[in-house]
Design a protein around this ligand. Structure first.
Ligand code: J2J
Length: 549
């Protein structure tokens, strides 16, 4: 099958041919991998969580009957389906059932609300949403019903019942009642899109990332090799599993690729995750830096469950301070592996046998010798070696365009197909990258990205706000936090942090996007060209806070 999903930008034919000839793209699908691992070792444990423990044979059987059930609901090959599930075994079952059908999961996060899910539903053209009933006291079934009411194409709401009940709300279909007798479906094309991932920090029109079986499986396989996974691997999904990092670096898919075990942690706190490590015999996991700090502090304090099975801790998603990087290995008795990746493609790792200096002070090097990286200035010209510049990349698993979004492509890709990451990096002579910052106004709040533009739009809708500018401010816990500089509509009644946060929350956005600080000012400093100077605002805030002491 040579036709691709409309809205997907394939790699140019010569590159695609080269990646195939080199054996980087193997022509396998995710469903092929599950079937092959099941055939090879049906009784090995594939997935565990607090309530479930499934062998590969059991997972495969569940996938077969759920795929048939979804087909019975009219979900067909190439249909997009929003998946909003917490870290539970059923996440794996659902996405592999969709793969078996040739339908495309769209990976939403449990923290997403109406303000994210509606635009994602519209942009993806989704026909269904699969979610849980409650998670952390929030009614996801009710949210899904709202989203389906607002997005006419979403005609089915499929809900995983809570563990202590069997029913789901009116109007929803229970995932448990859906399973039916297995049937055969045409095999998906390896070169076609397998799912849509989300880009961090996008506005109104979300940027959806189309990843193919060929390209993603290559990155999963290389990641599994670099992280030395095998059939004894137990990977703990501690971060929300729909993120690209716990999904694929090496993540749950890496663990399954290697024939190992996926363990799901209900949340990433030391209390929950340490118990999971002991219970499931976890060997490897991944965290963002603020959580890695929490884990290290907790372990340093002593009296923890037995963590001796844990061998590797990946840390990424945001810059890991060198000081923290140096603490992690000794505190947790692990090898630290830094990972600098992006859902659009390129993933860099430090290697397990790298010298300590490399592991502690760099974000590693690309996983493949076929990754191309360039460090350039604003004009796109290469900067001298060893100086800071903007990272651009292309290669066998870095996309050539977003899903059906020409305006975003125009900004994010060069005319010859390089992805402009927006990251400011320094490429060392030894080939390792050090991440220095961002070119744009995106705030990296402990790994969760906040688009300044998106948050500003929400604030501008508040009647007490005449104008607003979001800047990132350094934070010892999260790395960065969001500060909203605000011009009050009426200086006599300036908006407060509490009212602004409540307002943004009620507009239905993920909690991590609520501003951390509000500073009411009389005017915004300007750059020479009449644009607001975020740099000057940031400097003013730092100066003011040092006065306060
Ligand atoms: C500094 N910034 C980093 C790091 C990502 C593995 C790991 C992470 C992601 C991810 C991922 C960083 N130091 N170690 O997809 O497979 C920032 C950069 C980057 C952006 C991508 C994976 N690791 N970042 O975080 O798509 O700014 O992917 O461009 O969410 O996170 O964000 P995202």
């Amino acid at each position: 099958l040579d036709t691709h999903l409309p809205g997907f930008t394939p790699w140019p034919a010569p590159e695609a041919r080269q990646y195939r000839e080199l054996g980087l793209w193997t022509g396998e699908t995710f469903d092929d991998i599950l079937r092959a691992r099941t055939a090879a070792n049906p009784t090995a444990i594939a997935v565990v969580d607090q309530a479930n423990r499934w062998t590969y044979a059991e997972l495969d059987a569940r996938v077969a009957s759920l795929a048939a059930g979804l087909a019975g609901q009219g979900v067909a090959a190439r249909d997009r389906v929003l998946v909003q599930l917490p870290n539970v075994a059923e996440f794996v079952e659902v996405i592999f059932a969709l793969f078996r059908l040739g339908a495309l999961p769209v990976f939403c996060l449990p923290a997403h609300r109406r303000g994210e899910l509606v635009p994602i539903g519209q942009a993806s053209g989704a026909v269904a949403i699969i979610t849980c009933h409650h998670h952390q006291l929030f009614d996801h079934a009710a949210l899904a019903a709202e989203v389906s009411a607002e997005v006419p194409a979403i005609t089915r709401v499929i809900v995983l019942p809570d563990r202590d009940r069997t029913t789901v709300p009116e109007g929803a279909v229970s995932l448990d009642e859906l399973r039916s007798a297995p049937q055969e479906f045409p095999r998906a094309a390896p070169s076609d899109v397998a799912f849509l991932q989300l880009s961090g920090g996008s506005t109104g029109m979300p940027k959806l990332i189309p990843r193919t079986h060929d390209d993603y499986l290559f990155s999963v396989r290389r990641s599994a090799e670099i992280c030395e996974l095998d059939t004894d691997t137990v990977y703990l999904a501690a971060l929300p599993v729909a993120h690209n990092f716990p999904m694929s670096s090496p993540g749950i898919l890496g663990a399954l690729w290697a024939g190992g075990t996926v363990a799901m942690a209900a949340d990433p706190t030391p209390a929950t995750a340490f118990a999971a490590i002991e219970t499931f015999g976890v060997t490897i996991t991944g965290l963002v830096p603020p959580l890695a700090r929490l884990w290290a502090e907790r372990a340093e304090a002593g009296d923890t469950p037995d963590l001796s099975t844990l061998r590797v801790l990946l840390v990424g998603g945001a810059r890991c301070p060198d000081e923290l990087a140096a603490r992690i290995g000794p505190a947790l008795g692990v090898t630290l592996q830094q990972v600098f990746g992006m859902a659009e493609g390129l993933v860099c790792y430090t290697r397990l046998d790298d010298p300590a200096e490399v592991i502690v002070s760099t974000q590693g090097r690309p996983m493949s010798e076929y990754d191309q990286v360039a460090v350039v200035d604003e004009a796109g010209e290469p900067v001298p070696p060893g100086t800071d510049g903007l990272l651009q990349t292309k290669g066998p698993y870095t996309i050539r365009g977003y899903y059906d979004n020409a305006a975003a492509d125009e900004r994010a890709f060069t005319s010859d197909g390089w992805y402009r990451t927006g990251d400011v990096v320094c490429l060392r002579p030894d080939g390792n990258l050090v991440v220095k910052g961002r070119q744009d106004d995106r705030v990296n709040r402990g790994g969760e990205k906040v688009s300044a533009e998106e948050l500003e739009e929400h604030l501008l809708a508040h009647p007490a706000v005449r104008d607003a500018v979001i800047v990132s401010v350094p934070d010892t816990v999260l790395g960065e936090r969001t500060c909203a500089f605000v011009l009050a509509a009426d200086p006599a009644t300036p908006p407060t942090l509490a009212t602004v946060r409540k307002f943004v929350r009620e507009r239905g956005v993920a909690a991590w996007k609520l501003p951390d600080l509000v500073e009411v000012v009389d005017s915004f400093p300007e750059t020479g060209v009449g644009k607001t100077s975020r740099r000057a605002l940031r400097a003013a805030l730092l100066a003011a806070s040092s006065h306060v002491g």
